[in-house]
Write a protein that binds this ligand. Structure first.
Ligand SMILES: *Cc1c(COP(=O)(O)O)cnc(C)c1O
Length: 229
Protein backbone atom coordinates (compact mmCIF):
# COMPACT_ATOMS: atom_id res chain seq x y z
CA UNK A 1 0.00 0.00 0.00
CA UNK A 2 2.74 2.48 0.95
CA UNK A 3 4.61 1.35 -2.14
CA UNK A 4 1.67 2.23 -4.45
CA UNK A 5 0.92 5.52 -2.68
CA UNK A 6 4.54 6.58 -2.89
CA UNK A 7 4.78 5.68 -6.57
CA UNK A 8 1.60 7.65 -7.30
CA UNK A 9 2.76 10.73 -5.44
CA UNK A 10 6.18 10.70 -7.12
CA UNK A 11 4.46 10.29 -10.48
CA UNK A 12 2.15 13.23 -9.78
CA UNK A 13 5.14 15.35 -8.69
CA UNK A 14 7.03 14.51 -11.89
CA UNK A 15 4.02 15.10 -14.16
CA UNK A 16 3.18 18.43 -12.58
CA UNK A 17 6.79 19.55 -12.75
CA UNK A 18 7.03 18.70 -16.44
CA UNK A 19 3.73 20.42 -17.18
CA UNK A 20 5.14 23.73 -15.93
CA UNK A 21 8.63 23.19 -17.37
CA UNK A 22 10.37 22.38 -14.10
CA UNK A 23 12.90 19.65 -13.41
CA UNK A 24 11.20 16.97 -11.24
CA UNK A 25 14.48 16.50 -9.39
CA UNK A 26 14.15 20.01 -7.96
CA UNK A 27 11.13 18.88 -5.95
CA UNK A 28 11.69 16.77 -2.84
CA UNK A 29 8.98 14.82 -1.08
CA UNK A 30 8.91 15.28 2.69
CA UNK A 31 7.06 12.22 4.01
CA UNK A 32 5.07 13.61 6.93
CA UNK A 33 5.03 10.81 9.48
CA UNK A 34 3.43 12.36 12.57
CA UNK A 35 1.33 9.73 14.36
CA UNK A 36 2.50 7.14 11.84
CA UNK A 37 4.15 3.98 13.17
CA UNK A 38 7.73 2.99 12.48
CA UNK A 39 6.58 -0.02 10.45
CA UNK A 40 4.83 2.10 7.80
CA UNK A 41 7.69 4.58 7.77
CA UNK A 42 10.11 1.73 7.20
CA UNK A 43 8.03 0.56 4.24
CA UNK A 44 8.40 4.02 2.74
CA UNK A 45 12.15 3.93 3.40
CA UNK A 46 12.51 0.51 1.80
CA UNK A 47 10.88 1.98 -1.29
CA UNK A 48 13.44 4.76 -1.45
CA UNK A 49 11.95 7.51 0.71
CA UNK A 50 14.83 9.06 2.65
CA UNK A 51 13.29 12.33 3.89
CA UNK A 52 10.73 12.51 6.69
CA UNK A 53 8.93 15.34 8.49
CA UNK A 54 7.86 15.14 12.12
CA UNK A 55 5.75 17.52 14.23
CA UNK A 56 6.37 16.44 17.82
CA UNK A 57 9.79 16.22 19.47
CA UNK A 58 8.91 13.43 21.90
CA UNK A 59 7.41 11.25 19.19
CA UNK A 60 10.32 11.97 16.86
CA UNK A 61 12.89 11.11 19.53
CA UNK A 62 11.26 7.72 20.01
CA UNK A 63 11.09 6.91 16.29
CA UNK A 64 14.30 8.36 14.85
CA UNK A 65 16.48 5.87 16.75
CA UNK A 66 14.94 3.05 14.68
CA UNK A 67 16.31 4.48 11.42
CA UNK A 68 19.76 4.44 9.85
CA UNK A 69 21.85 7.64 9.75
CA UNK A 70 21.24 8.22 6.01
CA UNK A 71 17.71 9.50 6.61
CA UNK A 72 17.09 13.26 6.60
CA UNK A 73 14.70 14.62 9.24
CA UNK A 74 12.74 17.87 8.98
CA UNK A 75 10.99 19.38 11.98
CA UNK A 76 7.66 20.87 10.83
CA UNK A 77 5.84 21.39 14.14
CA UNK A 78 5.57 24.31 16.51
CA UNK A 79 8.82 24.82 18.39
CA UNK A 80 9.37 26.30 21.85
CA UNK A 81 12.75 27.82 22.61
CA UNK A 82 13.27 25.65 25.70
CA UNK A 83 13.17 22.62 23.37
CA UNK A 84 15.85 23.94 21.02
CA UNK A 85 18.51 21.53 22.28
CA UNK A 86 16.45 18.45 21.51
CA UNK A 87 15.39 19.86 18.15
CA UNK A 88 19.00 20.50 17.10
CA UNK A 89 20.06 17.03 18.27
CA UNK A 90 17.34 15.25 16.32
CA UNK A 91 16.79 17.23 13.13
CA UNK A 92 18.70 18.28 10.03
CA UNK A 93 16.32 21.07 9.03
CA UNK A 94 13.93 23.09 11.22
CA UNK A 95 11.20 24.37 8.89
CA UNK A 96 9.25 26.42 11.41
CA UNK A 97 11.49 29.25 12.62
CA UNK A 98 9.21 32.27 12.96
CA UNK A 99 10.72 34.54 15.64
CA UNK A 100 14.07 35.79 16.84
CA UNK A 101 13.92 33.98 20.20
CA UNK A 102 13.72 30.59 18.47
CA UNK A 103 16.42 31.45 15.95
CA UNK A 104 18.76 32.57 18.73
CA UNK A 105 18.08 29.45 20.80
CA UNK A 106 18.73 27.17 17.81
CA UNK A 107 21.92 29.06 16.97
CA UNK A 108 23.19 28.73 20.55
CA UNK A 109 22.47 25.02 20.66
CA UNK A 110 23.96 24.29 17.25
CA UNK A 111 27.16 26.04 18.37
CA UNK A 112 27.27 23.98 21.57
CA UNK A 113 26.67 20.77 19.61
CA UNK A 114 29.01 21.89 16.80
CA UNK A 115 26.33 21.15 14.25
CA UNK A 116 25.63 23.21 11.14
CA UNK A 117 21.87 23.68 11.33
CA UNK A 118 19.68 24.45 8.34
CA UNK A 119 16.38 26.24 8.77
CA UNK A 120 13.42 27.61 6.86
CA UNK A 121 11.48 30.68 7.93
CA UNK A 122 7.79 29.96 8.37
CA UNK A 123 5.59 32.72 6.95
CA UNK A 124 1.98 33.20 8.02
CA UNK A 125 0.80 34.06 4.50
CA UNK A 126 -2.84 33.67 5.49
CA UNK A 127 -2.40 36.09 8.42
CA UNK A 128 -4.38 33.69 10.60
CA UNK A 129 -4.38 34.66 14.27
CA UNK A 130 -4.13 31.10 15.57
CA UNK A 131 -1.34 30.09 13.18
CA UNK A 132 2.39 30.15 13.68
CA UNK A 133 4.64 31.96 11.24
CA UNK A 134 6.05 35.45 10.95
CA UNK A 135 3.83 37.94 9.10
CA UNK A 136 5.06 38.67 5.56
CA UNK A 137 5.85 42.32 6.40
CA UNK A 138 7.91 41.30 9.44
CA UNK A 139 9.94 38.58 7.74
CA UNK A 140 12.62 40.83 6.25
CA UNK A 141 13.65 42.17 9.67
CA UNK A 142 13.83 38.64 11.08
CA UNK A 143 15.89 37.40 8.14
CA UNK A 144 18.28 40.34 8.44
CA UNK A 145 18.85 39.66 12.10
CA UNK A 146 19.43 35.94 11.50
CA UNK A 147 21.87 36.65 8.66
CA UNK A 148 23.81 39.20 10.71
CA UNK A 149 23.84 37.61 14.14
CA UNK A 150 23.75 33.81 13.71
CA UNK A 151 25.48 30.99 11.83
CA UNK A 152 22.17 29.39 10.88
CA UNK A 153 21.97 28.18 7.31
CA UNK A 154 18.73 29.73 6.01
CA UNK A 155 17.64 27.56 3.08
CA UNK A 156 14.40 29.36 2.29
CA UNK A 157 10.76 29.84 3.31
CA UNK A 158 7.88 27.63 4.41
CA UNK A 159 4.15 28.25 4.66
CA UNK A 160 0.92 26.52 5.69
CA UNK A 161 -1.93 28.41 4.03
CA UNK A 162 -5.50 28.40 5.37
CA UNK A 163 -7.21 25.09 4.69
CA UNK A 164 -9.47 24.94 1.63
CA UNK A 165 -11.17 21.94 0.07
CA UNK A 166 -10.46 23.48 -3.34
CA UNK A 167 -6.66 23.40 -3.84
CA UNK A 168 -6.85 26.29 -6.32
CA UNK A 169 -7.65 28.55 -3.37
CA UNK A 170 -4.18 27.88 -1.93
CA UNK A 171 -2.51 29.29 -5.03
CA UNK A 172 -2.32 32.98 -4.02
CA UNK A 173 -0.59 32.03 -0.75
CA UNK A 174 1.97 29.87 -2.54
CA UNK A 175 2.54 32.65 -5.03
CA UNK A 176 3.06 35.16 -2.24
CA UNK A 177 5.68 32.88 -0.66
CA UNK A 178 7.54 32.60 -3.95
CA UNK A 179 7.49 36.35 -4.47
CA UNK A 180 8.72 37.02 -0.95
CA UNK A 181 11.58 34.55 -1.48
CA UNK A 182 12.50 36.24 -4.74
CA UNK A 183 12.68 39.64 -3.07
CA UNK A 184 14.66 38.35 -0.08
CA UNK A 185 17.10 36.63 -2.43
CA UNK A 186 17.84 39.95 -4.13
CA UNK A 187 18.67 41.24 -0.63
CA UNK A 188 21.06 38.27 -0.11
CA UNK A 189 19.21 37.06 2.96
CA UNK A 190 19.57 33.32 2.28
CA UNK A 191 22.49 30.90 2.51
CA UNK A 192 22.37 30.39 -1.25
CA UNK A 193 20.53 33.18 -3.01
CA UNK A 194 20.65 31.42 -6.37
CA UNK A 195 18.82 28.40 -4.97
CA UNK A 196 16.10 29.18 -2.43
CA UNK A 197 13.95 26.38 -1.01
CA UNK A 198 10.18 26.78 -0.81
CA UNK A 199 8.36 24.31 1.46
CA UNK A 200 4.71 24.44 0.50
CA UNK A 201 1.89 22.08 -0.46
CA UNK A 202 0.38 19.13 1.40
CA UNK A 203 -1.68 16.08 0.38
CA UNK A 204 -4.54 17.98 -1.21
CA UNK A 205 -2.69 20.89 -2.82
CA UNK A 206 0.89 19.84 -3.56
CA UNK A 207 0.33 19.96 -7.33
CA UNK A 208 -0.70 23.62 -7.16
CA UNK A 209 2.30 24.29 -4.91
CA UNK A 210 4.65 22.74 -7.48
CA UNK A 211 3.12 24.89 -10.20
CA UNK A 212 3.96 27.89 -8.01
CA UNK A 213 7.56 26.83 -7.33
CA UNK A 214 7.59 24.46 -4.34
CA UNK A 215 10.89 22.63 -3.80
CA UNK A 216 9.69 20.69 -0.73
CA UNK A 217 6.16 19.26 -0.63
CA UNK A 218 5.03 17.92 2.75
CA UNK A 219 2.73 14.96 2.25
CA UNK A 220 1.26 12.80 5.01
CA UNK A 221 -2.25 11.48 4.42
CA UNK A 222 -1.81 10.70 0.72
CA UNK A 223 1.21 8.55 1.56
CA UNK A 224 0.38 6.90 4.88
CA UNK A 225 -3.43 7.11 4.94
CA UNK A 226 -5.60 8.96 7.43
CA UNK A 227 -4.00 9.50 10.85
CA UNK A 228 -5.85 8.00 13.77
CA UNK A 229 -5.73 10.61 16.49
C1 LIG B 1 0.45 17.26 9.04
C2 LIG B 1 1.21 18.24 8.23
C3 LIG B 1 1.40 18.06 6.85
C4 LIG B 1 0.82 16.91 6.05
O1 LIG B 1 -0.56 17.07 5.89
P1 LIG B 1 -1.39 16.02 4.99
O2 LIG B 1 -2.63 16.77 4.68
O3 LIG B 1 -1.61 14.83 5.85
O4 LIG B 1 -0.59 15.71 3.79
C5 LIG B 1 2.17 19.00 6.17
N1 LIG B 1 2.71 20.05 6.79
C6 LIG B 1 2.56 20.25 8.11
C7 LIG B 1 3.20 21.44 8.75
C8 LIG B 1 1.79 19.37 8.87
O5 LIG B 1 1.63 19.61 10.18
Amino acid sequence: MIHENLAQILMAIAQTAKKVGRNPEDIKLVAVSKMVGVDLMRQAMENGQMLFGENYLQEAAEKISFFPPGITWHFIGHLQSNKAKQAVELFDVIETVDRWKIAKALDNQSKILKKKLSILIQINTGREKQKSGVLPEEAETLLHQIAQETDLHVLGLMTIPPFFLDPEKSRPYFRELRELAKRFATLNLFADNTHVELSMGMSNDFAVAIEEGATFVRVGTALFGARNL
